[in-house]
Design a protein around this ligand. Structure first.
Ligand code: TXE
Length: 492
């Protein structure tokens, strides 16, 4: 059993209250680590460290190119420690190793490299204002200490997506990972020490959402909150931030539709639909959890999907042969099983799956079969609520207008997939679908260059891309008069 400390001002600390929270291995159902239960004094320590690094420097005073070089080193540290970090995340939240380690070594490290390159390119503009003898220009400036609150499904990915642009833009960071999976974030802090960042530039506090999380959001020195999690938590955090007039960036849940049109390559589509939800056991914000099928291909696509599901291997997430890993934590495991029961009660037809299972070698783990419900109607809870598990709801449509209407019949708007051979038709549908990301003949792609985020209750603000860095800056407008007497009635 490993006992962790939290990280503030470049130093490891025990929580002031002397309490820890158990962290479970979802493959075995056993406690494997203890996470500090930080409260207000611990959070205060971390925020003051971030404030000192920002105000007293050197972070805010450093030349942007020098800051970029340090952020680049964070990418190198990620590559060096990828295997070890991935192993901890797999143990702590059951994410498949094949989904973590290669990503840390390539496109997640690229996040640091990309934003390192942007650090000295945050240009303002010179504006020809309607005032004579006046120079007006804008600057993009960091906010100061920012809070980055992350979820349990992909702690490392979410942390990197936030800290890379936040740091490159000149902010300092206090991270707060989920109480269900904090270990990999604390290991990330240790790994990033390789880069010799000045103390206080990045800090991580752990513990409960309504203790450590709330103290962090409400800390008066925190100037912006970037949050990834559920709609309930997000709304609470956004409201708390708003009470202090702090901006927030919200990456929330989804009920993303995958549309298969009659002219699609059905094999490609079935594979894409299965891959868009089942490998992470549905525990991805963009999981394509609503399958909208044209009536003419409904049965054929489901037949192909059943074949894929039949061959899917559930098992230990560290095993490269595993297609579907466990559910990351017990409360989520129980929520998914309850949602499956409620779907049966409301009249959806269970095509396959629906049960908790024990794959060989993991008799006490939290595994749920890939589950497909057909005959789902738009008003059913299953068609509307985010299950965040390996549960696919199938609806049918008869023409493109109905497909778009069904796709948009949701409070969420994170992602959508369209499968068709007709590119023009797909582009036209993509314009009409309310979602922050639309995939055409692919799903699940994300790279550091392209912004991601939600419409509607899936959130606001964007991560990744140039927009993802702008979100961590505020604009200052500077007015310099070359004739200060102009327009001043008191000037002689
Ligand atoms: O997330 P929470 P939970 C969805 C999914 C899941 C549901 C609940 O449907 O079933 O959300 O998951 C911190 N002040 N997603 O309860 O509560 C908390 O400690 C400050 C989708 O695990 O949203 C954690 O660090 N912080 C999602 C983070 O918020 C608070 C990924 C997220 O926890 C807080 C995960 C407070 N008052 C779950 N309350 C996605 N977008 O992919 C909580 N936290």
């Amino acid at each position: 059993m490993k006992t962790y400390q939290f990280y503030a001002n470049g130093v490891w600390h025990d929580p002031a209250g002397g309490e820890w929270v158990d962290s479970y291995d979802p493959t075995t159902g056993e406690v494997w680590a203890a996470i500090p239960r930080c409260r207000e004094p611990d959070v205060d320590l971390a925020v003051h460290a971030a404030q000192a690094a920002f105000v007293e420097g050197p972070w805010s005073r450093m030349r942007a190119s020098a800051r970029g070089r340090l952020v680049h080193r964070l990418g190198d540290a990620l590559v060096t420690h990828a295997e070890a970090l991935g192993a901890v995340e797999t143990r702590d939240n059951g994410k498949r190793s094949v989904d973590i380690v290669p990503g840390l070594q390539s496109w997640l490290a690229d996040s640091f490299y990309y934003y390192a390159g942007l650090a000295d390119k945050l240009e303002g503009t010179a504006i020809p204002v309607d005032v004579p003898d006046m120079l007006n220009y804008t600057r993009r400036e960091p906010y100061g200490p920012v809070a980055c609150i992350t979820a349990w499904n992909s702690p490392l990915l979410i942390a990197v997506w936030k800290i890379a642009p936040a740091l490159a833009a000149g902010n300092t960071v206090v991270l707060k990972p989920s109480e269900h999976a904090s270990a990999s974030t604390l290991e990330l802090m240790a790994a990033l020490q390789d880069a010799d960042l000045p103390p206080g530039v990045v800090n991580a506090v752990t513990g409960l959402g309504d203790e450590a999380g709330q103290s962090l959001v409400e800390h008066p020195l925190i100037r912006l909150v970037s949050f990834t999690g559920g709609v309930g938590g997000g709304a609470r955090v956004a409201a708390a931030a708003a009470r202090q007039v702090k901006p927030s960036i919200m990456e929330l849940g989804g009920k993303s539709p995958q549309l298969v049109l009659a002219d699609a390559d059905l094999t490609l589509a079935a594979n894409g639909v299965a891959a868009g939800i089942f490998p992470p056991a549905g525990q991805s914000c963009i999981a394509g959890s609503r399958l909208l099928l044209h009536s003419s291909v409904h049965d054929e696509v489901l037949e192909k999907l059943l074949q894929i599901v039949d061959g899917a291997v559930l098992g230990a997430p560290a095993d490269p042969g595993t297609h579907i890993g466990p559910i990351a934590n017990r409360p989520q495991f129980e929520r998914i099983l309850a949602d499956i029961e409620s779907a049966k009660v409301e009249g959806a037809s269970l095509l396959c799956g629906g049960r908790a299972v024990s794959p060989p070698g993991a008799p006490h783990g939290w595994f749920i079969e890939p589950t497909v419900f057909t005959q789902v109607t738009p008003c059913m809870r299953l068609a509307r609520k985010e299950v965040f598990g390996p549960v696919l709801a199938v609806l049918r449509f008869d023409d493109d207008t109905e497909a778009v209407q069904l796709a948009n019949d949701s409070e969420f708007g994170l992602a959508a997939g369209i499968w068709t051979r007709d590119a023009a038709r797909a582009v036209s549908m993509a314009e009409r679908i309310n979602a922050g990301t639309v995939y055409i003949n692919n799903y699940f792609n994300a790279t550091t260059q392209s912004p991601v985020g939600g419409f509607r209750q899936s959130g606001y603000g964007r991560e990744n891309g140039i927009e993802g860095m702008r979100a961590f800056t505020q604009t200052k407008s500077v007015w310099l008069s070359t004739d200060p007497r102009q327009g001043n009635p008191f000037a002689a």
